[in-house]
Design a protein around this ligand. Structure first.
Ligand SMILES: Nc1nc2c(ncn2[C@@H]2O[C@H](COP(=O)(O)OP(=O)(O)O)[C@@H](O)[C@H]2O)c(=O)[nH]1
Ligand SMILES: [Mg+2]
Length: 377
């Protein structure tokens, strides 16, 4: 055996029907790889026979089966990765919608040092995708929103096939709060903001009709997760950063169109004398849009890399924000302005916050239930 040791994790929730096919396929793949490869199934929240099947498969195929008491796909992946001592960590969905023949190449990219995280993609040119149109629309829309907000160098943050350098996982998992579907997005953004290299590779993707995703709650979870990260990002910029994540500027070109639309909308709605300013009922709307404008202006103006070359749009947004502050009578605009000015000065004096060194193995953050392990030698 040569090369890094690899751990392929597959989270399983009510997957009794599909699990054996998955483990069989992954075992074949593992046998064809030059590295020592372990396979781990993590069951949680299942109400069918998934755990019994996982235990049987652990005996038959020499894999590891873990049961986590609380549900959540992210929690399951976190538990298995945290307990692993492999050099390279991966995960795949049980249904193997993503073509796992790409895994050896993805592992090589990490093993050779060419990438810290490799992301299978359904949205990159070259991907061959069979999916319901509704899921495709949701994926593209989500990807676009993340691009607007953070502009990471990755389009498909939610794909169920990823590989990561174990040292990077240990460092970055500390920064990931979500335990379910938003876990992937948070992991990738944290890895990127900590200065690690993300490489996206096009995949062949054939979607299983059955899904464990509950759309309304997952959409709410994803959007509220993005808002939480945005608020944290602004907070880090204004206070000097509490989580040691580097704050990267969004590339100007990629957000230009978004900013143009946002600026015009804000100027039309918020500036004194703008749309609806004479109407008695427009106050709440103007206040909400103005609040968003304050956040956007602060975020934009305090971004490292923007200082000294502040685009016109940002200045208009700030003017709009001040106009909003003067509209909402009880809010004085002076404290807002002062906070912004002191925050900017602090950010200016420390453009990039330090990135911590990996601190060794993580202990599992959540209780891991029974563990059946007959590991492949
Ligand atoms: N352990 C665990 N796995 C989960 C949970 N929810 C979803 N999964 C797994 O996450 C993977 C992706 O789910 P899937 O239904 O295929 O999502 P889709 O491909 O986006 O429709 C599958 O392997 C599921 O079994 C959970 O609460 N716990
Ligand atoms: Mg699936």
């Amino acid at each position: 055996m040569s090369g890094p040791t690899v751990e392929i994790v597959t989270p399983a929730h009510n997957e009794a029907e599909y699990l054996e096919r998955c483990v069989e396929r992954l075992s074949e793949l593992a046998a064809s790889m030059p590295s020592q490869v372990r396979i781990t199934v993590v069951d949680s929240g299942s109400t069918d026979d998934t755990w019994q099947v996982a235990q049987t498969l652990a005996e038959r195929y020499g894999i590891t089966a873990i049961r986590v008491d609380l549900p959540g796909r992210g929690r399951a992946i976190r538990a298995a990765w945290s307990a692993s001592d492999a050099d390279v960590l991966a995960y795949t969905d049980v249904d193997l919608s993503g073509d796992v023949t790409a895994l050896p190449m993805m592992v090589d990219l990490v093993g050779s040092g060419a990438a810290d995280v490799v992301i299978g993609s359904r949205l990159l040119e070259g991907a061959r995708v069979r999916r319901r149109w509704s899921r495709s629309v949701m994926s593209h829309t989500y990807s676009q929103i993340v691009q607007w907000l953070a502009a990471p160098p990755v389009l498909d943050l939610q794909c169920g096939l990823k590989v990561i350098d174990a040292r990077v996982a240990r460092e970055v998992l500390h920064h990931v709060d979500n335990e379910d579907w938003f876990f992937d997005t948070e992991l990738l953004l944290a890895a990127w903001q900590s200065g690690h290299r993300l490489v996206e590779v096009p995949l062949e993707w054939s979607e299983r009709v059955r899904t464990t995703v509950r759309y309304p709650s997952t959409i709410v979870e994803d959007l509220s997760g993005l808002i939480r990260l945005e608020v944290q990002q602004v907070g880090r910029r204004l206070t000097g950063g509490s989580r040691n994540l580097r704050v990267d500027p969004a590339p100007l070109g990629r957000v230009a169109a978004h900013e143009a639309v946002q600026t015009v909308a804000v100027a039309l709605i918020c500036l004194p004398g703008g749309v609806g300013s004479g109407a008695a009922r427009s106050g709440p709307l103007r206040a909400v849009v103005g609040g968003v404008a304050v956040a956007a202006a602060l975020r934009s103006l305090t971004a490292p890399g923007r200082r000294g070359a502040v685009p016109l749009g940002d200045l208009v947004q700030l003017l709009a924000a001040l106009g909003w502050a003067s509209l909402v009578r009880r809010v004085r605009w002076l404290p807002v302005l002062l906070r912004f000015a002191t925050g900017s000065a602090r950010v200016a004096s420390s453009a990039v916050w330090s990135v911590p060194e990996p601190t060794g193995r993580l202990s599992p953050p959540h209780p891991v239930g029974r563990r059946v392990s007959t590991r492949r030698a």
